[in-house]
Write a protein that binds this ligand. Structure first.
Ligand code: ARG
Length: 484
């Protein structure tokens, strides 16, 4: 291509760069987030183009040298442009002349931006995963320290059956573990390179898509070039997983807010606020904000889904407005996860208040019914006996009276009095529920052990992802060093 030809193309692009819609069209400010990603993508592409003899080594050197300067000058120093891709290209051309325009051979901004988003999102999702790791660690710690801390368990927010703080904490750890698995799966599908798909229709140049994927640390390429440029289901899947995590967090936050209200738990001052007028107040504001993030995340999912719905193939500029939903969601949910972890890790569980509350509302009733059933009374009849007792005193004497009323028999003739007394004790009641995954300390010990093993495995997987990216970055650095 002649220099003249390149100049003409710059002139042609200029024709479309002005006008009142200029700032509406431009994503340059928002693209700050993918500035570093774009430089990496440019470098990998230029190295590959030189290796495939699509551009000369001398031109590659000049471009890579210019990119180094542009990186040092930073995003704020970029010339005006419709987006970061155009601005960086302009900055390269400003530095080395028309040959800078060779950087954009065999690609389009369509495959370029898709690659940048995936490149940056990998980093953000790894941070979110790191936050879930921290939260699971905090929950396991609480469980470990509170294997025998008896507390009331609720259904419909009414006292239901006594349980332990450990059992409660492990219930959330299990949920966050699944949230982690969903994010790890989303990561695998983010981690594929669209680069080389060009505008959507591939290219006449003999390029090596696997090489750019390798230099950028992607696991593989997005095979179909039209899919590569158009698809954003990886964004949707990621924020759906984050939204599910945020929903888990909102339940955790709500529980702790209620527990704080009942005096079961005291938040650290670091995770509480006071009132500007009521000096005695200590409010669980951080957890209220965590609870609210679930609403934001659900809204982002809705926004992104609506943007993507019905978009035709291949690239449409609507996609520029899709990306922000992902950044908003990953930032808010990661921060909420970190804050939830901190609040949980630093809270004090008030054992006495919890123990006193554990038996409230005749919460041991199910255990008494189970005991009668274990001694030959059909469970439905046992349920009736204890329900009658609940209405008529909710204690040993009431159970005795209920037996006479409903079984038309002495309580002692069907069950040991000492066993009934024990079933009425919250701690005994908990210890007797030793079924798999149950709250008895022995069952909790088993759950705790497997949860810990799963966390260790996820931690190792996360370290592998980080190592893969670091290796790729090192390879790219050393390949670039061969030219500059
Ligand atoms: N800034 C755009 C985006 O974020 C990428 C540029 C593609 N533009 C285009 N006219 N094909 O999606």
């Amino acid at each position: 291509m002649t220099d003249e030809g390149t100049d003409e193309s710059v002139v042609r692009r200029d024709r479309f760069s002005g006008g009142p819609a200029r700032s509406f069209l431009s994503s340059l400010a928002a693209d700050r987030r993918i500035f570093a990603a774009d430089l990496a993508v440019d470098r990998a592409h230029v190295v590959m183009l030189a290796e495939c003899d699509v551009i000369g080594d001398d031109v590659a050197s000049e471009i890579l040298e210019a990119l180094k300067e542009i990186e040092a000058a930073g995003h704020d120093d970029l010339p005006d442009g419709e987006d970061v891709h155009e601005a960086i290209e302009t900055a390269v051309i400003e530095r080395i002349g028309p040959d800078g325009g060779k950087m954009h051979t065999a690609r389009s901004r369509n495959d370029e931006v898709a690659t940048c988003i995936r490149y940056r999102l990998r980093e953000d999702v790894r941070e979110a995963l790191e936050a879930t790791r921290g939260l699971r660690e905090a929950l396991l710690e609480v469980a470990d320290e509170n294997r025998e801390t008896i507390m009331p368990g609720y259904t419909h927010l009414q006292p239901a059956q006594p349980t332990t703080v450990a059992h409660w904490a492990l219930s959330y750890e299990a949920a966050v573990r699944r949230d982690t698995a969903r994010l790890l799966e989303a990561y695998d599908r983010i981690n594929q390179s669209p680069l080389g798909g060009a505008a959507f229709a591939g290219t006449t140049f003999e390029i090596d898509r696997e090489r750019t994927a390798e230099l950028l640390g992607f696991e593989s390429v997005v095979e179909n070039s039209m899919d590569a440029a158009s698809s954003r289901d990886f964004l949707l899947e990621t924020i759906q997983a984050l939204s599910t995590l945020a929903t888990t967090l909102s339940g955790l936050a709500e529980d702790v807010i209620i527990f704080a209200n009942r005096g079961f738990v005291s938040l650290s001052d670091d995770y509480a606020s006071t009132s500007s007028i009521m000096p005695q107040k200590k409010n669980p504001d951080t957890l209220e904000l965590v609870r609210a993030v679930a609403g934001d995340a659900a809204g982002e999912v809705q926004g992104l889904t609506t943007t993507l719905k019905g978009l035709p193939r291949a690239y449409n500029r609507d996609l520029q407005r899709a990306t922000g939903h992902a950044w908003e969601t990953v930032d808010a949910v990661t921060e909420a996860t970190e804050v939830a972890a901190g609040a949980v890790a630093t809270a004090d569980w008030n054992e006495e208040v919890l123990a006193d509350a554990a038996g409230e509302g005749f919460a041991t009733a199910t255990g008494v019914a189970d005991l009668l059933a274990a001694n030959g009374v059909p469970f439905r009849t046992a349920h009736e006996v204890v329900a009658w007792a609940a209405e008529n005193g909710a204690d040993y004497d009431a159970i005795e009276a209920a037996a006479a009323e409903i079984l038309e028999d002495d309580l002692e003739s069907c069950v040991e009095p000492a066993a009934v007394e024990a079933a009425l004790e919250p701690a005994e009641s908990v210890a007797s529920r030793n079924s798999r995954g149950g709250p008895a300390p022995a069952a909790v010990a088993t759950t705790l052990e497997s949860a810990r093993a799963d966390l260790d495995a996820d931690e190792a997987a996360l370290a592998d992802l980080a190592a893969d990216l670091e290796d790729a970055a090192e390879t790219l650095r050393s390949e670039v060093a061969g030219y500059v």
